[in-house]
Design a protein around this ligand. Sequence first.
Ligand SMILES: [Zn+2]
Length: 340
Amino acid sequence: MSAWKRIAKRAVVHTIARTAPLTWGWRKPGSLIVLMYHRVLPKDSPARQTEQPGMYVSPETLDLHLNELKRHFELVHLDDWLRRAKAGAPLPRLACAITFDDGWRDNYDFALPVLVKHQAPATVFLVSGYIGTTYRFWPNRLMSLLQKSAAEPGSVDYPDPLRRIVAPVLQEVKRRGALAVEDADRVVQGAKGFDEEEIRRLIETAEKSGDGISQAGEILDRSEVEKMAATGLIRYGSHTATHFRLGGRISPSDLESEIAGSRKELQELSGQPVELFCYPNGETSPAALDLVRRHYLGAVTTRSGWHEASGDPHLIRRIGVHEDVSNAREPFLERLSGWR
Ligand SMILES: [Zn+2]
C-alpha cells in the first residue's frame, strides 16, 4: 500500500470509529452484535508460527475490546438473548454476545482471566470428538508441513492435487529464503477448495512422507471445560463432532452425528445444556440447517453483520475480530460497524 493510501485509509477508519457509536444509536432497539473470536495468544506464543493471522488476538487486545464493549453494549449470554427474543420478552437496547470457536486450550489459559476480570459472559463452541485429545486442525497441520518444507526443502512429499497449490508458494519461499505467515495463509485458503474428506486424506499422506511433524495438543480437556463453566461466565455450544464442513458431501448418518450426536456428547461432558450450534467454516446446506433447527435454539455463521430479534436465529451473523484488524480502539470500533 502506498504511503498516501495508508494515510487515506487511516482517515476513513478514524472517521468511522468516531461516528460508529452514534450510528449504533440509530439501529432498531434490541439489536445484537455477536463477536467471533478463535484463539487468544500472547505476542511471544510459539503457536503463532503455525496459525493464520485471522485466528487470534493477544490478551491485551481482548482486554481493550472488553473495556470498549462495556461502554456501548450490555454483554449477554447468546442463549439468554435468543430465549428472550423467542418469547417476545424485552431485550437490551444494544447487546453484545462474545463467542470463541473450536475450543482452544488458550481460551482457558489466556481468555478466561480477561473474561473473569471484566465479568464478561461468553460461549465457547467445542468440537465434541476432540476434547482432551492431541488432535490438530488441518490448517495448523498444513502450516507445520509448509514450515518443515521451508526449513528442509524436499523433506515433505505433497500428493497431487495439493502439490499444485503448495508448489508455487514453495518456489517463492526458495527465492526469498523465508516462509511468511501470509504465504501459508494463502495455501490454507486454497486448500479450503477441496472437499473436507479429500483435504484430510491429502494432509495425512503428506505427513506420512515427512517425519517429525509436531503433534502437540492445543485443545481444551475435560477439566478445563469444567473449570471454565464453574466461573458461571462460560457456556458451551457445539461446533460438530469432528469440525466437518457441512456444505459439502456428507452422508445423512454422519450429518446426524455431527449435529445431534455432538450435542448429546457435549451435554454429558459439560453437565450443562447445549443449545447453540456453530457451522464449521460457516458452511451449511438445507439438510444441515433443517437438522440444526430441530436440535438447537440458535446457530451462528461466519457471515458478517449484526443480528436483530426478527432475524433467523439459526443463521446468525457475526463480526470476526482478530489482532491484525482490531488491536487498537479505532480499528476495533470501525470493525464493529460491520461495513467490511
Ligand atoms: Zn472452527
